[in-house]
Design a protein around this ligand. Structure first.
Ligand SMILES: Nc1ncnc2c1ncn2[C@@H]1O[C@H](COP(=O)(O)OP(=O)(O)OP(=O)(O)O)[C@@H](O)[C@H]1O
Length: 637
């Protein structure tokens, strides 16, 4: 197994203390009143079994006296028995009440933790941190446990409070043994209990680390399971006959996860268990023998003997695994720790409020000129940059088309323009102002975009369009106008609830759209953003899924849609590209050629070759040899 399982004890213990402290600090989220009530109930659950044992042994002690001398005096016996019954009923009630209260505390805390998790995930305007593997691991662990209500931070909170019960019992019975027998015997039994607990609870702590260490394999098995069972891949799995492959691969990966886990489980639990059992049984036998000898010698009466026997039995039972607390606290604490680490990682990426930045934003016009000045950028973990000293100007209020082979970095350029990533070096400037110095949210609000992989929100059609300017969701006229301009209004009006129809099959009255219809929705969303103040329009393959007529309609209105806006169009279709005012060919992370369509064709370079190749393909039915390597499909870097 990996080295983390063999870390020094101090690490494990300080982790354990830190994790408990992190859970205890959730008190305000859980509510002071409810938490106090739960602690009181837990204390009762600890004290009532001790009271029961005292009452029962008192009753046992009264029996000889009650029977002696013919005249049977049962009143003392009855009193003790009634007290025992009272303790028992009280215990049942306290248990039921604590369970209900624990559930409530748990839900409150989890609601708070979910809110924190979502807030942290959305706190960074850039998406870079969400692509870092270590950050993703923390997020994965936190959200995985939160999905299973049993092992959440809330369950850990309720579980920690529930622990007050058994530990109060341990203390109570230890005092009983000390008083009835002697202090050394009490300490011996206490040692046994703590040793057993260490075996169980400490083992669980180590085991949870093992589970964490196999996170990568677990992620793979989860992926295989969800792909096999989900709707997304259902078509391909069947058509390509992949169902068997997925089932076999899942079984293999699952077994690969289990093997090290079970080996560690044996190592962690078996040997310590045998050792603790040996020590435990020996000490217990000594204590019981001592009690027996005292009783035989008359130093311990019947009530005392009954009490010691009950106390020792109860204590031995308390040296076990606590199902009400242990798993919940362990995994719930891990989830809480993962959430804290995730928050810390995201906090490193949040942007401080800077009044100077807001001032700089005011210097940018409504249709700004954008300049990429020596921009270099590589994705985290990648060894080669995608953009390598890019120099490019997008003129104010005009349309620039970006072309290039697959993987040339066109979408990456757009992501940098939208400040979803920051350049590794160099700068992106809007009207001369470096975007790095602007409040990112303000800048992003100026951009309307149709991404290549736009989002299909499982919400109403109106919301899908209105999300272009979420502050104006109630602008129904604007939403209809955008839908109309994108050529989707008639189709949406034809749905069962018009624009209020939910665009998801997951709901009874929901429906799904075709790929091209979804793309029109994405276009409508960007148009709606333009209606409400965005001035930079980015279109990344905006018509890839549209039919010929819809595409022609879209480009017929292109000049009108983009007029006065700084527009970036990415497309592999040269018929659309030629509509742009300026065309840029990206290659090797830099601008290889640029100019108008006519200029580039006259230049007779790569653009001209790619254009001719595509034009010939449309003109003839026979395949055409490429005159230039750049036009051949290239491997994705
Ligand atoms: N999130 C990411 N993490 C790591 N690498 C990425 C990521 N997105 C893209 N890349 C890599 O960056 C390079 C450029 O990708 P990009 O999507 O910008 O290309 P493109 O020119 O838009 O291609 P296409 O024409 O296929 O859409 C590719 O080599 C790709 O593998």
């Amino acid at each position: 197994m990996t080295s983390t399982t063999t870390q020094p004890r101090a690490g494990l213990w300080s982790d354990a203390v830190g994790a408990r402290w992190r859970i205890a600090r959730l008190l305000p989220a859980a509510g002071i009143g409810a938490s106090t009530a739960a602690i009181v109930l837990s204390l009762l659950r600890g004290l009532l079994p001790v009271a029961f044992a005292l009452a029962v042994s008192t009753a046992v002690g009264r029996i000889p006296a009650a029977l002696a001398g013919g005249a049977v005096d049962l009143s003392g016996l009855w009193r003790a028995l009634i007290a025992a019954c009272g303790a028992l009923i009280g215990l049942q009630l306290a248990e039921a009440a604590q369970k209900a209260l624990g559930e409530r505390l748990s839900r409150r805390v989890d609601g708070h933790m979910y809110a924190r998790l979502i807030q942290a995930a959305l706190s960074s305007r850039e998406i870079t941190p969400l692509e870092e593997k270590a950050v993703l691991d923390e997020l994965g662990e936190a959200s995985h446990e939160l999905r299973f209500a049993f092992r959440t931070p809330g369950a850990a909170y309720a579980g920690l409070i529930a622990l007050v019960g058994p530990y109060t019992q341990v203390a109570g019975f230890t005092v009983v043994v000390a008083a009835a027998l002697n202090t050394w015997a009490a300490l011996a039994v206490l040692t046994v209990v703590l040793l057993f607990r260490q075996g169980q609870r400490g083992g669980l702590r180590r085991y949870a680390r093992v589970i964490r260490d196999v996170a990568a394999i677990r992620r793979e098995s989860r992926y295989l399971r969800e792909t096999a069972m989900g709707a997304g891949a259902a078509k391909e799995l069947r058509i390509f006959g992949l169902t068997g492959w997925f089932a076999d691969r899942y079984r293999e990966v699952y077994l690969r996860t289990l093997a090290p886990v079970w080996a560690e489980r044996r190592r962690i639990y078996l040997k310590p268990y045998l050792a603790y059992t040996l020590v435990g049984l020996t000490l217990t036998a000594v204590v019981l023998a001592l009690a027996g000898r005292r009783a035989a010698g008359g130093a311990l009466d019947l009530a005392g003997l009954a009490l010691v026997l009950q106390a020792v039995m109860a204590l031995l039972r308390l040296g076990e695994f606590y199902p009400d607390s242990d798993t919940q606290t362990q995994y719930g604490m891990n989830a809480a720790t993962a959430i804290s680490r995730f928050e810390a990682a995201m906090a490193r990426h949040t942007e401080p409020d800077d009044p100077a930045a807001a001032g700089a934003a005011a210097r940018i016009g409504t249709a700004p000129q954008i300049r990429f000045a020596g921009v270099r950028f590589g994705y985290p973990g990648a060894d080669r940059p995608v953009l390598d000293g890019l120099e490019l100007t997008l003129a104010s209020g005009t349309c620039t088309a970006i072309v290039g082979v697959n993987g040339a970095g066109k979408t990456t350029l757009v992501k940098l323009l939208a400040r979803l990533y920051s350049p590794t070096s160099g700068a992106v400037l809007a009207d001369g102002v470096d975007l790095a110095g602007l409040p990112t949210a303000d800048w992003q609000a100026r951009i309307a975009v149709v991404f290549q992989d736009f989002v299909r929100y499982e919400l109403s059609a109106a919301a899908n369009i209105g999300f272009g300017a979420v502050g104006h969701l109630d602008d129904t006229d604007g939403i209809r106008r955008a839908a109309d301009a994108a050529g989707i209004l008639a189709a949406l009006d034809g749905l069962p609830h018009g624009l209020d129809t939910l665009l998801s099959r997951a709901y009874d009255d929901g429906t799904d759209l075709s790929g091209g219809q979804w793309q029109r929705i994405a276009i409508a969303r960007a148009l709606f953003a333009l209606y409400h103040g965005s001035s930079i329009l980015v279109l990344d393959e905006p018509t890839a899924a549209l039919d010929v007529r819809a595409e022609a309609e879209f480009y017929a209105r292109f000049a009108e849609l983009t007029r006065g806006r700084t527009t970036v169009l990415i497309s592999h279709r040269f018929a659309s590209v030629r509509l742009a005012d300026h065309i840029v060919l990206l290659d090797g992370g830099r601008v290889a050629e640029q100019g108008t369509h006519d200029e580039l064709v006259a230049l007779g370079g790569r653009y001209a070759a790619m254009f001719t190749l595509q034009a010939e393909r449309f003109d003839t039915d026979t395949p055409v040899e490429s005159p230039d390597d750049a036009a051949q499909p290239q491997k994705v870097r």
